[in-house]
Design a protein around this ligand. Structure first.
Ligand SMILES: [Zn+2]
Ligand SMILES: [Zn+2]
Ligand SMILES: [Zn+2]
Length: 328
């Protein structure tokens, strides 16, 4: 019982992910998007175009999950363009970096350089000569001017720990999350990829076609129709290819998906398909068009001609069921 339920839930999740993927793909094709670029903010890495689309669809899933799902299907190619430090505890991007003394762990380090007091030969960090805005030699105690100090080349620059006076050339790097205040080292940090996604257009089109055709086929098979070869010979003797052919007894139904054709190109394709309906008298011809492309389509009348306009995959199944009933 429990197994059956979990299987069903999983099925629902997969179905909704695939319908989200279908919408994202339509959007990518429609807007002619070639590259999906990330933006960084304190909440994380966002893909504004895709995030806005998901919000408009009422989807709370982060865009990278959808993008990664598309990449796994071979529809997008990922290119790592940067890395970002995030909190290993809470995942926040609101992270600051500090340098720490390897001796006493203090973060109170000051950058300085070595100088020698010419007249007494005493060498020390420049900041140890400074008192308020004046210079005093810590060894001989004299007040001196800048040109009485020689800069030493061997330790050109280093940090001086203001707590334990250690000279440090390689401080320890530590991060603090400003969200949950976890302090962590680079090795403890989450150092995550920042990626761009390149659209593999040909693959996207192929995938969409497979999705539409397999949705139609599985729904038709569920309703007891049998899948046939995709080629049918017309009365003219010409063999026509279709996206899908099914049969039920003597009745044959063929499907043609308009892909992403629009405007004039769509009307031309529709007329060509209509001509096939004239040639193939013993089959019903269903021309399948996404709703967003279906405006101002000419009305074609013929007893074996059907237009199926759909909004999404669920709607496609519903309209198909309605059509099967009405065309009986
Ligand atoms: Zn945190
Ligand atoms: Zn120290
Ligand atoms: Zn001196």
């Amino acid at each position: 019982m429990r197994l059956a339920l979990s299987e069903r839930t999983e099925g629902v999740e997969n179905a909704s992910l695939s319908s989200i993927i279908e919408k994202v793909l339509s959007y990518i094709l429609d807007k002619n998007i070639k590259v999906i670029k990330p933006e960084r903010n304190l909440q994380g890495i966002v893909y504004p175009e895709i995030d806005n689309l998901l919000v408009s669809l009422g989807v709370t899933m982060p865009s990278y999950i959808v993008l990664e799902a598309l990449r796994e299907k071979g529809l997008l190619e990922k290119k790592v363009i940067d890395r970002a430090i995030t909190c290993p505890n809470c995942g926040s991007f609101d992270v600051i970096t500090r340098y720490h003394c390897p001796n006493c762990d203090s973060f109170n380090l000051e950058k300085t350089h070595l100088v020698t007091h010419v007249s007494c030969g005493y060498t020390d960090a420049y900041i140890n000569f400074k008192k308020n805005s004046k210079l005093f030699c810590p060894s001989c105690g004299k007040e001196i001017s800048e040109n009485e100090l020689i800069k030493r080349e061997e330790f050109s620059e280093f940090f001086l720990c203001r707590n334990c006076n250690t000279r440090i050339t390689e401080p320890e790097v530590k991060h603090e999350c400003l969200s949950c205040h976890t302090v962590f080292t680079p090795l403890e940090a989450s150092y995550i990829e920042v990626s761009e996604y390149y659209v593999k257009e040909e693959e996207v089109m192929k995938y969409k076609r497979k999705l539409i055709i397999s949705t139609l086929a599985s729904e038709l098979e569920r309703q007891g129709l049998r899948r046939e070869s995709n080629a049918l010979k017309g009365e003219s003797g010409i063999t026509h290819d279709f996206d899908l052919v099914v049969s039920q007894g003597n009745r044959k139904i063929v499907f043609v998906w308009s892909q992403d054709k629009k405007g004039e190109e769509l009307v031309r394709d529709m007329f060509m398909t209509f001509a096939k309906a004239v040639d193939i008298k013993n089959a019903d011809v269903v021309y399948v068009v996404p709703e967003e492309n279906s405006k101002n389509l000419p009305k074609l009348e013929r007893s074996n001609w059907f237009l199926l306009v759909y909004k999404n995959l669920d709607d496609l199944k519903k309209k198909l069921t309605k059509l099967l009933k009405s065309s009986h």
